[in-house]
Design a protein around this ligand. Structure first.
Ligand SMILES: *Cc1c(COP(=O)(O)O)cnc(C)c1O
Length: 475
């Protein structure tokens, strides 16, 4: 046992020196990427090549190059040509709040293990509830990602809506959820974790515009009932992931009310539009939700993972994992806002509330409006540019910053066009100048863009389309 090694690990002067160097390195990275001083959005390597690089590095790499190699050999989210997945180019200040959390390492499960960050969490979630339009009986908490937040909300819904206490006693009753066929796959996963099986997931078909067809709700509900399925929750996507289309939350809220269902809004991506006077109309009806999910690491400039789960009734935050039925909880248990672990799936979690609070304190609420509104505007703008091109076609007119489109070659069959677009995307990936993704909608292969960087311009869009046009004749 080498005790001296532990002294070395905790040496404060090494931390100071390495820390300063790292900040300089990351600031240079930011400068290069944001300003496009380096042409590429991704440093693409085949997985096997990347694996052997790091296997070798552990053996013989120069430790002085460790941090720079990690940052170099990857995807540059801050590059304006990064228009792929819905992960945000973090506001640089939140890289620093991330560092505070990593160093302080307050585990947050109980109040004493994160006093500042627990109180801050309350301030942040109260503010979000207010922006949604909830009244003062609302409340929420912050948890590790939209996937976990959606699962947690569905567990709360089951506990609150059903007479039987499934959490404690299990159930033989077939339970069901209603959700758009375009919803994020994590909803499907949550339902299956809850033991609902595929038969418990009542998928509502979408309109030609990929929004939940709310005219079909009644019929699907009745059919489920006939089969003996007890539906307890309906989920609206705001927006759905593949196409970025918002469900009609008002219509879903009305339906939930008539059937006495829990109404959950998956606003992982677009919930942040509560801050946008221009786009919050897309969320009309959200204030009638029983629970809402909003990701900080998507449309709010924060590092992954940090997700707000907000409830119309703050008392519901404490019932999900309670060993007692909710009606048995005492008033003091219901009021226990500061002990995070009782409400969250996690036991230990990071001090993630400090990202939200720091952005609010330094830049004010307007920063979220500026970000969301600009990016949604740019989604629409990219759509217009695509429409002007005879060689490109969109899946649907965008409602957000997500745009699905394809290169069209009328001389080719549908299947050959799918292949062509698949090849285009692979060529783009290997080339690395732009980073975009892809999706399949109703059997058609689309290229998919999410505008996440406020410095991506119309010129970038035009250059991308030009590049694709060239690739289309060469791949
Ligand atoms: C991204 C996303 C999720 C999953 O959230 P994570 O934070 O990645 O776990 C869920 N629903 C929607 C609509 C999303 O866009």
């Amino acid at each position: 046992m080498d005790k001296a090694l532990l002294h070395k690990v905790y040496d404060t002067e090494t931390f100071r020196k390495k820390g300063h160097e790292l900040i300089d390195q990351l600031a240079d990275h930011l400068d290069t990427k944001l300003q496009e001083k380096s042409g590429h959005a991704i440093h693409w390597n085949e997985p096997e090549d990347e694996l052997s690089f790091w296997q070798n590095f552990l053996e013989s790499g120069n430790q002085e190059h460790l941090f720079s190699e990690i940052t170099k050999r990857t995807t540059y989210i801050h590059h304006p040509h990064y228009i792929g997945h819905q992960v945000t180019p973090t506001a640089p200040i939140t890289a620093l709040t991330g560092m505070i959390s990593a160093m302080m390492n307050n585990g947050m499960a109980v109040y004493e293990m994160g006093m500042s960050s627990s109180a801050i969490e309350r301030v942040v979630t109260d503010l979000l509830c207010k922006k949604i339009g909830f009244d003062t009986s609302s409340g929420g908490f912050i948890t590790s990602g939209g996937t976990l937040a959606n699962l947690t909300a569905l567990l709360t819904a089951r506990k609150v809506i059903l007479k039987q206490d499934v959490w404690n006693q299990g159930s033989k009753q077939q339970l069901g959820i209603m959700v758009s066929e375009e919803a994020h796959y994590c909803v499907d996963r949550a339902a299956k974790i809850m033991g609902l099986g595929a038969q418990g997931i009542i998928k509502i078909p979408t309109t030609t515009n990929y929004r939940m067809d709310t005219t079909l709700l009644e019929a699907h509900y009745e059919k489920a009932k006939e089969k003996g399925i007890q539906v307890f929750v309906i989920i609206g996507s705001a927006p759905s992931t593949a196409t970025g289309m918002f469900d009609d939350l008002q219509a879903i809220a009305d339906f939930a009310k008539t059937k006495k269902l829990w109404f959950h809004v998956d606003g992982a991506h677009g919930g942040a539009a509560i801050f946008s006077p221009k786009y919050k109309t897309l969320l009309q009806g959200i204030e009638q939700a029983d629970s809402v999910v909003i990701d900080g690491h998507k449309m709010m400039m924060m590092p992954a993972l940090t997700t707000a789960l907000l409830y119309k009734k703050s008392a519901h935050t404490n019932v999900t994992f309670s060993q007692k039925a909710d009606y048995l909880l005492t008033e003091s248990e219901l009021e226990d806002w500061c002990n995070s672990g009782k409400k969250t799936f996690e036991c230990t979690k990071t001090m993630m509330s400090i990202h939200w609070f720091t952005l609010l304190k330094l830049y004010g609420e307007d920063v979220f409006d500026a970000y969301v509104t600009h990016l949604f505007d740019m989604g629409a703008r990219f759509g217009e540019i695509i429409n002007q091109h005879t060689k490109f076609e969109m899946a649907v007119t965008p409602m957000s910053n997500i745009v699905c489109f394809k290169y069209v070659d009328d001389s080719l069959s549908g299947e050959a066009q799918n292949k062509l677009n698949e090849h285009i995307r692979q060529a783009l990936l290997e080339d690395g100048e732009f980073y975009i993704v892809q999706t399949k909608l109703r059997g058609i292969h689309y290229l998919r863009v999410t505008v996440m960087n406020p410095f991506t311009t119309e010129t970038h869009f035009k250059n991308l389309l030009e590049k694709i046009s060239k690739l289309a004749v060469s791949v």
